[in-house]
Ligand binder design. Structure first.
Ligand code: NAD
Length: 392
């Protein structure tokens, strides 16, 4: 159980790029990083593409005005001159900027926490992975839903064989926010999401499914996708070639099969993600809309609902619990949990603790790489006429 006590020797000096006043995701980063006063301190930022608005925003967050920078290049130059300069940076800007900013951040000697989808190309991730290794820095990826403790309960139950042999995986992340063309008119964030130059080769595959895919991998670390088939379409024609709806079929290497549905045009739906895993003995189902519980259904027995924080959970399912049973935890706690893991990974990298990093589970650059591979494979299948492709 976590209670905010320090789990690293001192708080890390943290800066943000993007995530400004109008940004959708910035507050989730701050909610996560600043939850425990013992993990991160926000010391600097280039918060906005609009320098004035970014400075005003940073000052309103309580950042020293002299450390609210007009752009990230100036931030790196100025912070490098200070003995107490920022040492880790979070990147919460649109997709098309992630690669350049991550590279610049590593070259400026920073650890990096970057938004998903990490980059557009597998080769870019491999290059950045090599650079990070050379510089002895970590690159974390903010799969922000992946800190829910019940995912770790599920992982342990699956590892113990409590579901039997895994047969079926069902993934869903759908919403209806982009059900009409108006979505692009009223939201800057939606406008760039359907522009391939900024969003990359996909809309909902990158925007939604990378989260659910990572969470499924967290629960099923031993299952690898062998082949997949992806069918994508743009119900709002102006979004083509980027899809606003996608269906997938997966074949896993153990013989399990999977289905997935990701959509931004699921009009009226407001329950985010569901992951159902069916084994030969039992099934589990997790929804990030109700992350405090895990459905556990054993064939031939009444349904069970496992609740967070309860003593009957595995130690892995309790490790990141913050409030204890009865009291609702949510997305803020999930973000705080992954940020705490980033902090622990950064400290381990700084003390060269390779053994710790080898076994420590958090969304690292390999998780980012897997997300980029997933997008590439889905797009390749869909654009070849929705055919089966080997997962490469
Ligand atoms: P947004 O358009 O709402 O906000 C982008 C922010 O970045 C704005 O504050 C903008 O001014 C700033 N910005 C843009 N270019 C900049 C630059 N060069 N330097 C400094 N600031 C810059 O976008 P968003 O919806 O917040 O998405 C940002 C990223 O976060 C995307 O990669 C998206 O996929 C990801 N995202 C992740 C989650 C999650 O749950 N992890 C949720 C939403 C978005």
């Amino acid at each position: 159980m976590l209670n905010g006590e320090k789990s690293i020797s001192r708080p890390l000096r943290w800066a943000m790029i993007g995530g400004g006043r109008t940004g959708q995701v910035g507050y989730k980063h701050r909610t996560g990083a600043l939850r425990d006063n013992t993990a991160f301190r926000l010391v600097a930022g280039a918060f906005d593409i609009d320098p004035e608005r970014g400075r005003d925003f940073g000052v309103n967050l309580g950042v020293d005005p002299s450390r609210c920078y007009p752009d990230y290049q100036t931030m790196f130059e100025e912070e490098a001159k200070r003995p107490d300069g920022a040492e880790v940076v979070s990147i919460a800007t649109p997709n098309g900027t992630h690669y350049e900013i991550t590279k610049a951040s590593l070259n400026a000697g920073m650890h990096v926490i970057c938004e998903k989808p990490l980059f557009f190309e597998i080769a870019q991730v491999e290059e950045i992975k090599r650079l990070a290794e050379q510089k002895n820095k970590i690159v974390g990826v903010t799969y922000g839903f992946s800190g829910h403790p019940m995912l770790f309960q599920a992982r342990k139950m699956i590892e113990n064989g409590e579901l039997g042999e895994i047969r079926i995986v069902s993934l869903r992340y759908t919403h209806g926010f982009s059900a009409t063309e108006d979505a692009e008119k009223y939201s800057e964030a939606q406008k760039w999401r359907v522009d391939p130059k900024i969003a990359g080769p996909s809309f909902v595959i990158g925007d939604l499914s990378t989260h659910t895919y990572y969470m499924s991998q967290l629960m099923l670390p031993d299952l690898k996708i062998k082949q997949l088939l992806c069918d994508r379409q743009s119900f709002i024609k102006s979004r083509a070639p980027l899809e606003d709806n996608v269906h997938m079929l997966m074949h896993y290497d153990n013989g399990a099969v999977g289905t997935a549905w990701f959509s931004a045009v699921d009009a009226g739906y407001m329950e985010s993600q569901t992951i159902r895993i069916v084994g030969s003995k039992a099934s589990i189902e997790f929804s990030d809309f109700q992350p405090n519980r895990l459905l556990y259904q054993i064939q031939g027995q009444p349904y069970q609902i496992l609740y967070h924080g309860m003593p009957y959970l595995k130690k892995e399912g309790l490790a990141d619990d913050r409030f204890g049973a009865l009291h609702t935890e949510g997305l803020g706690e999930s973000w705080a949990n992954i940020y705490l893991k980033f902090a622990r990974a950064i400290e381990a990298a700084d003390r060269n603790d390779i053994n710790f990093l080898r076994t420590f589970v958090y969304p690292d650059i390999n998780a980012g790489l897997e997300g980029v591979k997933w997008i590439q494979n889905c797009v390749r299948s869909a654009d070849s006429g929705s055919v089966w492709v080997d997962f490469q």
